[in-house]
Design a binder for this molecule. Structure first.
Ligand code: HEC
Length: 174
């Protein structure tokens, strides 16, 4: 009984909202549609991959930090920086694996193919705590970076040993 009493005003309310009853309904609908469209585009923007150039700036920093660690023969720090560099490279593959810069080639295929041999060489040098091997493999890593730039028509982006630390508030000395 109580439920029926409650239902009645609801039904009346529904009846009052029949299409065509309110002249401003079209405008309201259009406003709602516009709002949904905006929400959709906000959502798309929020889930868009980071710009490749942005990810490259991160690679540049990681690459430089690896040098500071290895040049100081600080092997713990070098292990850490190498792992971070690898993680950043994986991030590029994950989030920009189909970036147009390398089309018709797939970035997700080209990046590991170019980088992995040099990274393995570097890993072996750091594991062996071998300074000379570190220096040589560092140049191999830098060349791999530059080679990929060349395959993306960006051969003018030449990666090499840094001469000065990017940031000098992280101690490199062991
Ligand atoms: C998959 C190929 C590829 C690899 C591997 C690669 N890069 Fe890049 N890099 C690019 C492309 C493409 C651009 C140009 C991005 C753009 O147009 O914004 C670029 C741009 C850059 C830039 C310029 C960024 C700027 O906005 O000034 C730097 C610095 C850079 N890369 C560093 C590196 C370093 C360091 C490595 C190696 C650890 C590396 N890249 C490996 C493809 C690559």
């Amino acid at each position: 009984m109580r439920l029926r009493l409650l239902l009645l005003p609801c039904l009346l309310l529904l009846a009052a909202c029949q299409p065509g009853d309110r002249p401003d309904q079209g405008a309201e609908l259009a406003a709602l549609q516009a709002e949904i469209a905006k929400l959709k585009s906000d959502l798309a923007a929020a889930s868009a991959p980071p710009e490749l150039g942005q990810q490259m700036l991160e690679l540049q920093i990681r690459h430089a930090r690896l040098w500071q660690a290895g040049e100081s023969r600080n092997w713990m720090l070098a292990q850490f920086q190498l792992a971070e560099l690898r993680e950043s490279l994986n991030g590029v593959v994950e989030l920009n694996g189909e970036h147009p810069s390398l089309q018709p080639q797939q970035l997700s295929t080209v990046l590991p193919a170019i980088m992995n041999p040099a990274l393995s060489q570097m890993q072996a040098a750091v594991d062996a705590r071998d300074g000379a091997a570190f220096d040589a493999s560092y140049d191999a890593v830098s060349k791999a970076c530059t080679d990929c730039h060349a395959s993306a028509d960006h051969g003018f982006l030449v990666i090499e040993r840094p001469r000065t630390p990017v940031l000098d508030n992280l101690r490199a000395a062991p």
